[in-house]
Design a protein around this ligand. Structure first.
Ligand code: F3S
Length: 64
């Protein structure tokens, strides 16, 4: 699975980082980024949880 954060939509709510710090980082400006190239299978559920919990719908699944 591959995911990305749309920097135009991200408003720094940091729920993604709170739910899955293994997958996301948030910089000092409140901008989230994905820190893995491919989400490991054991983290896919967490990634989906983060997608569902971003209030700005800023996280997209690029490929399953
Ligand atoms: Fe940004 Fe959504 Fe995470 S707004 S910091 S991608 S929860």
């Amino acid at each position: 699975m591959k995911i990305r954060v749309d920097p135009e939509k991200c408003q720094g709510h940091a729920r993604c980082y709170g739910l899955a710090p293994e997958i996301f980082d948030v910089d000092e400006y409140g901008q989230a980024s994905v820190i893995v190239d491919v989400v490991p299978p054991e983290l896919e559920d967490k990634a989906r949880l983060a997608v569902a919990n971003c209030p700005e719908y800023a996280i997209d699944i690029i490929s399953e």
